[in-house]
Design a protein around this ligand. Structure first.
Ligand code: UDP
Length: 252
């Protein structure tokens, strides 16, 4: 029989006496993040990202001609985003058709990325971003934004800054950085944040559940610390890809 735990069961404590979470992390610790750039041959830019058990692929196409043409803007490009979870990405099969949640997340992700892109450089065109969640374990909208920003940079789209995102949760009365699905499910609050880290501009701020004003301020501070860490990983991954290309060119 499969060893997979099919049900998300609540452990007796989500944070133990020593301040350790169910997966061993401290409250202010991110999940392990792996970012790979330029993994898809047919896309203009792409990124594969793992954040804990989340596995996400982002692909960017464009700037390219827009069909139908009447959607085109005379003075700028439009940005289109599709966030989608594959049917096997979650414990209970998800219908492949877009759900209300995915339509909403596609919109908020577009709004989180849009301020970073010089859309005015490419009138009458479209830039298309596809985010496929291959395996989900909470925080996929944030991980999707982080991956999409790297894919946009990989596509050579001129940007004001990268966008990095993370959620802060509240679990058993404590703020936790980067909640996984278990903590999201049984926690008291969840606050996803996206920002352009160098410019210090927030492009997404959502909140679910209850937090006091003091908790909100602490949560935002915690999110910003997480975002800085992720931002460094995004830049490192981009640098690595282009250094590898440079090395190849030098050899040949
Ligand atoms: N989820 C699920 N089935 C679905 C949608 C979501 O099991 O159809 C899980 C999945 O693990 C996801 C988590 O619920 O990551 C939290 O979803 P939420 O809507 O809060 O978005 P996220 O935290 O992924 O940004």
């Amino acid at each position: 029989m499969s060893q997979l735990v099919r049900k998300v069961e609540r452990p007796p404590r989500l944070i133990d006496e020593e301040g350790r979470r169910a997966d061993g992390r401290k409250v202010d610790e991110l999940r392990r993040i792996k970012i790979e750039v330029g993994v898809l041959k047919n896309a203009d830019g792409s990124c594969y990202l793992e954040q804990g058990r989340n596995k996400i692929m982002a692909a960017v196409y464009g700037p390219r001609e827009l069909h139908p043409r009447h959607l085109a803007m005379p003075d700028r490009a439009i940005l289109r985003c599709r966030y989608h979870m594959v049917p096997f990405s979650v414990l209970e099969r998800k219908s492949p058709a877009p759900t209300r949640r995915e339509i909403e997340l596609s919109k908020v992700i577009r709004e989180a990325l849009e301020p970073a892109i010089f859309l005015e450089y490419f009138p009458r065109t479209t830039i298309d971003v596809f985010i496929e969640v291959i395996q989900a374990d909470g925080g996929t909208r944030c991980a999707g934004i982080t991956a999409a920003a790297v894919a946009l940079a990989d596509a050579g789209i001129p940007m004001r800054d990268l966008v990095a995102a993370i959620a802060v949760g509240k679990v058993e009365g404590q703020l936790v950085l980067d909640p996984m699905d278990l903590e999201d499910r049984y926690g008291e609050a969840d606050m996803p944040v996206a920002m352009m880290p160098s410019l210090g501009k927030i492009t997404l701020l959502q909140a679910d559940g209850l937090m006091t004003l003091e908790e909100f301020e602490k949560a935002l501070e915690l999110a910003m610390r997480g975002i800085k860490e992720i931002y460094n990983k995004q830049k490192e991954a981009l640098r690595e890809k282009y250094l590898a290309i440079k090395r190849e060119v030098e050899v040949t």
